[in-house]
Design a protein around this ligand. Structure first.
Ligand code: SME
Length: 159
């Protein structure tokens, strides 16, 4: 029997096929991950604002409670760390990470994966969990796959 993660991976691949635009793919992807992955309690994209100086991440499609962090500079938060380094950041216990910007008091762990277009960071996929250390290597691979699909969709639309 396929694992939940394998099933969800197939479902997001189907979404990427079926979504006419990157915006629609992102909207449908956050909903799918939030509904299907029970420990993914907030799922959202932050995208770099075009031309902003200093560079700024702006909240994009998300599913979960509204966050106070609608715009995040690159030198702040786990979100800023992932976007400025171009690296996936996994935090097993957000209370021990001084970079963490609180979105919900219930959040215990977080993963942020950059989205690349032609090798440059254009945004990121951020997931918060109410459970400590919720994101295993398998989850990391799934979230990276999701971010890659969005990057490819943006590339296909000429971004
Ligand atoms: N926790 C993030 C901020 C965004 S909220 O989680 C939705 C951070 O530390 O950058």
């Amino acid at each position: 029997m396929a694992s939940k993660i394998e099933e969800v991976r197939k479902e997001v691949a189907e979404l990427a096929q079926a979504s006419p635009t990157a915006q629609e793919l992102m909207q449908r992807m956050v909903r799918l991950l939030h509904e299907r992955m029970l420990k993914c309690n907030w799922v959202g994209f932050y995208m770099l604002e075009p031309g902003a100086k200093p560079p700024m991440l702006a909240l994009g499609p998300f599913d979960g409670a509204m966050t106070p962090h609608t715009r995040i500079p690159l030198n702040q938060g786990i979100c800023g760390a992932a976007a400025s380094s171009g690296q996936t950041v996994v935090v097993d216990d957000v209370s021990k990470d001084p970079r963490y910007l609180a979105c919900s008091l219930e959040t215990k762990s977080e993963i942020v994966v950059p989205v690349f277009v032609h090798g440059a960071v254009v945004g990121e996929l951020d997931i918060d969990s109410h459970f400590p250390a919720a994101f295993t290597a398998e989850h990391q691979e799934l979230v990276q796959y999701c971010a890659m699909l969005v990057g490819k969709k943006l590339e296909a639309s000429g971004k």
